[in-house]
Ligand binder design. Sequence first.
Ligand code: PCA
Length: 323
Amino acid sequence: MMKFVKILAGSAALFAAASTAQAEKWDMALAYSSTNYHSEIAAEFAAAVTEATAGDLEIVTHPGGSLFGGSEIFGAVRKGLAPIGERLISALGNDNALFEVDSVPFLATGFEGSKKLYEASKPALIEALEESRLHFLYSCPWPPQGFYSVKEANSLDDISGMKFRAYNATTSKMAEGLGMLPTKIEAAELSQAFATGVAQSMISSGSTGYDRKLWEHVGYYYDVKAWLPRNMVIVNGKAWARLSDDNKAAVETAAANAEATCWTKAEELDGWYVEQFEANGMQVKTLNADMQAEFEKVGAELKAAWLERAGDAGAAVLDAYAN
Ligand code: PCA
């Protein structure tokens, strides 16, 4: 009898150990506001995984850089400090020039082109991430990038010497090429930067200007459509390897759904953001022909420099995109 009880107790303990070892909670690091569509869709993705795995894998999102700031997320996921996170791909150009392909100026300037460029670059992106022991889940664009300025920008003289807020190397170099002074600032710190005059101009989407209520500080938005940068959601390789096959499949399904929803949402919201600028008293314009030509000239120089850095792998992506 004693022996039987012992066996029972032993197997109960084993069962408890097995179920605690299996159930996992993943904290997901997000850089952008909780109300931004990227963050909202990441929250839906997290809920879908939690539901599909019946809580076996629970994902909890932390938007607005509350777990790790935007510039820390890639390193944190790579080191396993966060099992999962979302990062702006083109800010990672130091790791690999291919990460910057979505921000090559005036290469893909609309959603259709952006999708095509994504497809063309996806195998190389996944491979580069695998080299860093990261598992790629999904990627979603920001709307086309425009130019924000506190002053009307009719000539290079108008913007010369302006303090420019940059989010990646390409935006920094665009600013320098146009005679402005770039500083890297994450989106979460943007309202503060414009309120204090640390920033007077930037290149970004209507989405980020809307999130940060930039009309409170900035009078002009020029709809340049310079490129569509993308975020990606990545998982630490070890965390990924620990998942059961069923849980991996649940995550991949939720990721594919999130990606499709996010692309549609970005395109739907694009025009709406700009309408909100007008409703809040901002002037929404296109650049005059001279200024457009200046932007394109600097853009062409940056494209050539990127091709040089990205080498054959970069050229292969552009070939795949063109065909
Ligand atoms: N918003 C992000 C990146 C690109 C965009 O549209 C930002 O400004 O930080």
